[in-house]
Design a binder for this molecule. Structure first.
Ligand code: FPP
Length: 255
């Protein structure tokens, strides 16, 4: 099983076979700060290099015919960082959207934003809305940007939306099931991630896609995010392809 096989997906090879090529990959882009300090640079430079790694990764994913990619860009917990760093991250997001939106639009990329608007500066919020609006008709590649995102916060909002429907009498309590709740999540319309990659030498989910990631394969990589690129993505996909996914069932042929 090689990534060459996966990359020939565009020719129809193994298309849609999630055991070989994931439909949806989520990435926790960790390690910008450590990369910067190891190079004697300010943390903000690490984040800038992080945006370059993001560009490389989107390009590599498009080349592989991946359909869905979600990146964790700012978590609800990141507000605990110094104001200067939070401001720098907002400003990087603005630069990214302003510089890359037209190109992404022309490449058929549909952008979705996951997370809450609460607390975001108006200009950041408006820019995210614009990116979503202007790419809404695209279908070639789906880029999810988890920004001001926390999985538990997202589930709480979904539960609140269900509660409001119940209160209004639009649904009965017997209709509340996994499917209904999932339809109220920000990620509705995206398949659950087959694979979640975390860079940066840590081994945890940090509140990323906690509902959706129930059966995701997890690949932890020691590479720091600014160093991530096409080769690292291929390596993660190779690892994914070598895993057997059972979704709580038995090993194939074991019954
Ligand atoms: C984790 O590194 C990374 C983040 C908190 C932000 C991720 C952001 C980017 C890759 C760039 C911004 C992208 C967009 C679309 C705006 P860290 O700072 O926690 O690294 P450390 O653990 O080494 O300190």
């Amino acid at each position: 099983m090689t990534v060459e096989r996966a990359s020939s997906n565009s020719a129809g090879f193994n298309d849609g076979d999630s055991r070989v090529m994931p439909a949806h990959v989520g990435i926790i882009m960790d390690g910008n700060g450590r990369w910067a300090s190891r190079h004697g640079l300010p943390r903000s430079v690490g984040h800038e290099r992080g945006v370059e790694a993001l560009r490389r990764t989107v390009k590599a994913a498009q080349k592989l015919d991946l359909r869905y990619l979600t990146v964790y860009s700012f978590s609800t917990e990141n507000w605990r960082r110094p104001v200067s760093e939070v401001t720098a991250l907002f400003s990087l997001l603005k630069t990214f959207v302003n510089r890359d939106l037209d190109r992404l639009k022309n490449e058929g990329v549909r952008i979705r934003v996951f997370g809450t608007k609460e607390g975001l500066p108006d200009d950041v919020s408006a820019l995210l809305d614009r990116a979503v609006r202007e790419t809404a008709d695209n279908t070639k590649f789906n880029l999810g940007i988890a920004f001001n995102y926390g999985g538990r916060e997202e589930i709480s909002r979904a539960a609140r939306a269900v509660a409001l429907e119940l209160k209004a009498g639009r649904i009965g309590e017997e209709e509340i099931d996994e499917q209904l709740l999932a339809s109220k999540l920000d990620t509705s319309g995206f398949p659950d991630p087959d694979l979640i990659i975390r860079t940066g030498e840590e081994r945890r989910l940090s509140n990323f896609l906690v509902w959706q990631g129930a059966y995701s394969e997890l690949v932890f990589m020691d590479v720091l995010w600014p160093e991530f690129g096409e080769d690292s993505l291929h390596s993660a996909l190779e690892t994914f392809a070598s895993r057997e996914r059972r979704f709580g069932g038995l090993k194939s042929g074991a019954a």
